[in-house]
Ligand binder design. Structure first.
Ligand code: MF3
Ligand code: CO
Length: 253
């Protein structure tokens, strides 16, 4: 079932999304060579708490028997998403890191991700980050009551492939708000005019995951970390957005 949020629910998501964006911005600024991914996670937790928000990833998946053990995902280089932060994982100059975070605020949740360089990085890594960020913008441009889920994926895929990269297919964006993951799935590939029709009041997380090489991925033995099968670099950007009659509103900003 796809939920349509009420005005009151949207207001709470807007407030939570604003907190989330401010927290993620501060965490992104803290990324430097020599910093551990565990420190970034601690910073994210502290900042969320200070704002009256609760991490939504911590403990996620406990029904499946593998609860996510942190509040932030810190996906370095070939890690696509869901990499677990650790005090032992020290960032090195030249790496790129995806920072993914979600929070609960007054009973509603929002979800967001960015990818940033660690110090000075290669031109190719910068291009991957830029194209991934722009692909999210391409997807967003399709969002309006009356367009289709497939319009988003088609726009993201066309843009990414035209720039020589590939989109991950086994993971998708999703509805979000009353749960971390709600219906519908929001793929980053597909065809125009396919899938469900968007309606005003839907809240969805659009999150292109873009690989330098093949779109194929695998999951490491920790049960969470998703990496590119060919070890090529991967980048990820995500916003939680509200579908409106005339377009969309980014709730995580
Ligand atoms: N933003 C992530 C996603 O939509 C949420 C991951 S839950 C976690 O896939 F537990 F893995 F962190
Ligand atoms: Co998400």
């Amino acid at each position: 079932m796809i939920l349509i949020k009420t005005k009151a629910e949207i207001e709470k998501m807007r407030a939570g999304g604003r907190i989330l964006a401010a927290v993620l911005e501060k965490v992104a600024v803290a990324v430097k060579p020599g910093v551990s991914t565990g420190e970034l996670n601690n910073l994210a937790e502290t900042l969320l708490k200070q704002q009256g928000a609760t991490p939504s990833f911590l403990g996620y998946g406990r029904e499946r028997g593998t609860p996510y053990p942190a509040s932030l995902c810190t996906s370095v280089n070939e890690a696509v998403v869901h990499a677990i932060p650790s005090a032992d994982h020290i960032l090195q100059e030249g790496e790129i890191i995806g920072l993914d975070i979600g929070c609960w605020y007054e009973g509603l949740c929002t979800d967001m991700a960015v990818t940033v360089p660690v110090g000075k990085v290669s031109a190719k890594a910068l291009k991957l980050i830029k194209i991934t960020k722009l692909s999210l913008a391409e997807g967003l441009r399709q969002v309006r009551a009356g367009t289709y889920i497939g319009d988003i994926g088609s726009a993201v895929q066309n843009f990414v492939e035209a720039n020589g990269f590939s989109v991950v297919r086994q993971l998708t964006g999703h509805g979000v708000g009353k749960a971390v993951h709600e219906e519908p799935a929001v793929p980053n590939f597909g065809k125009k005019n396919t899938g469900i029709k968007l309606e005003a009041g839907m809240t969805i997380a659009i999150e292109p995951m873009v690989n330098e090489g093949s779109y194929k991925i695998k999951v490491l033995t920790d049960g969470w970390t998703v990496v590119t099968a060919d070890k090529s670099l991967s980048a990820h950007f995500e916003h939680t957005v509200l579908v409106t009659d005339n377009g969309y509103e980014i709730l995580t900003q």
